[in-house]
Design a protein around this ligand. Structure first.
Ligand code: ZN
Length: 405
């Protein structure tokens, strides 16, 4: 493998200028959840240029490039949408220019995660050029709407387009480590009803905000007391993230109050157990609070209406799984040393593949996650080269490792 690994490294290195240019082009095309059309079209153009066998958009607008027609289905995924730029005055440079300086690329999406797209696509070129095919089908997916609703894009690919991979590689930032899971999450709301009255005589009504104050205290206690803990994934958490009330006027007692909760679930926690925990709080029982999981409803850039419950399952792949082994081998070729094996602190499209569909999934991304969603988003080109080598090498290694099983 050493000789061919060297050839792979040299070949990918020869794409460096193209990888930089393509990354910068992608950063220069703004694309937020639901408005990624132009980003996807630019990706399709590059996939065709470098020689993918087939390139298309699915109904939701995910851009998909295929190489090979073999038995084992391998998917490499990068979402193509970014978060917004926030307060523009806090940016030291144009977030949509793709600034390139001292071997690093800067701008919105440099870290999370448009530059991964360049690595995936040029891995496709290396596979074609060096004949690294085999009895596998590679789907390289540029997925949409991840920032607003992680996993929804791949649920669409799996459930609606009926493309079910056997193995998945997620290219979100891992700082060139092999990641094998993360905590799940859920968005919950708690609603308490009251009875409105003139605020000059509050005793005539029943104030839902006062009742909610007790619930908030209980939720805070629940979080401090400590939810379930897992050695690898860490602890479950719950946080109140928003509060609102319905009131006829600022001179009236409100008639309804709602809070929103962000719940991070570690191993062993389920949506049912997490909802029940809130329902069981004495203050919630006393106020007859209604506890519900939120829904996400939106329109994709293609016009397709999409949605799902805002429950994003926890997932962990066993460290002895052949896919993790394959990741470590591909990482060793890319880095010249054994990669770290770890987990994400945030959530990824793995909630759909591994979380909901139990499909073995790992992550390997060139960027460092501390820069995600920040004004100083950055990626070193050297890391993009290494990630490209990883994505080009891993399909054949997956075949070898899973045969050994
Ligand atoms: Zn991301």
């Amino acid at each position: 493998m050493t000789a061919s690994a060297d050839l792979l490294r040299r070949t990918v290195k020869s794409y460096e200028k193209d990888i930089i240019k393509f990354s910068r082009d992608l950063i220069a095309i703004p694309g937020f959840s639901g408005t990624e059309g132009n980003v996807c079209k630019r990706i399709a153009q590059e996939m065709r240029k470098v020689g993918f066998d087939k390139v298309w958009f699915d109904k939701m607008g995910n851009v998909i490039g295929r190489i090979g027609k073999g038995k084992t289905k391998i998917m490499i995924d990068s979402h193509v949408d970014t978060v917004h730029v926030g307060d523009r005055s806090q940016w030291k440079w144009d977030p949509f220019k793709g600034k390139f300086e001292n071997g690093k690329i800067y701008g919105r999406g440099a870290c999370d995660q448009k530059t991964s797209v360049a690595s995936m696509v040029y891995a496709g070129k290396a596979i074609q050029q060096l004949g690294l095919g085999g009895d596998y089908t590679l789907w390289v997916v540029g997925s949409v709407m991840e920032e607003d609703c992680d996993g929804l894009c791949l649920l669409h690919v799996i459930e609606k387009e009926k493309m079910v991979p056997d193995y998945v590689v997620i290219t979100e930032p891992t700082h060139l480590g092999v990641y094998r899971g993360h905590r799940g999450r859920m968005e919950i709301k708690v609603t308490v009803k009251g009875r409105s009255c003139h605020a000059s005589a509050p005793e005539r009504g029943d104030n839902p905000i006062t009742k909610m104050a007790e619930i908030i205290k209980d939720i805070d206690k629940l979080n401090r007391r400590g939810l379930k803990y897992d050695k690898f994934l860490g602890i479950g958490t719950v946080a109140v993230t928003c509060i609102e009330a319905k009131t006829p006027s600022f001179n009236a007692v409100a008639d309804e109050c709602t809070i929103y909760l962000d719940r991070r679930m570690t191993k062993g926690e389920t949506p049912q157990s997490s909802v029940k925990e809130i329902q069981a709080l004495p203050s919630v029982k006393k106020a007859k609070g209604k506890v519900e999981i939120l829904n996400y409803d939106a329109v994709a850039w293609t016009g397709l209406k999409v949605g799902q419950q805002k429950y994003f399952p926890t997932w962990v792949l066993d460290e002895k799984h052949p896919l993790v082994r394959a990741g470590v081998k591909a990482g060793t070729i890319a880095l010249g040393k054994k990669p770290r094996v770890d987990r994400w602190t945030f959530s990824t499209n793995g909630v759909a593949t591994a979380g909901r569909h139990n499909i073995p999934t790992i992550g390997f991304g060139p960027q460092h996650e501390i820069y995600a969603h920040q004004t100083n988003e950055v990626v070193p080109v050297d890391a993009l080269i290494k990630a490209t080598i990883f994505y080009a090498a891993i399909p054949q290694i997956i075949l070898a490792e899973t045969k050994r099983r």
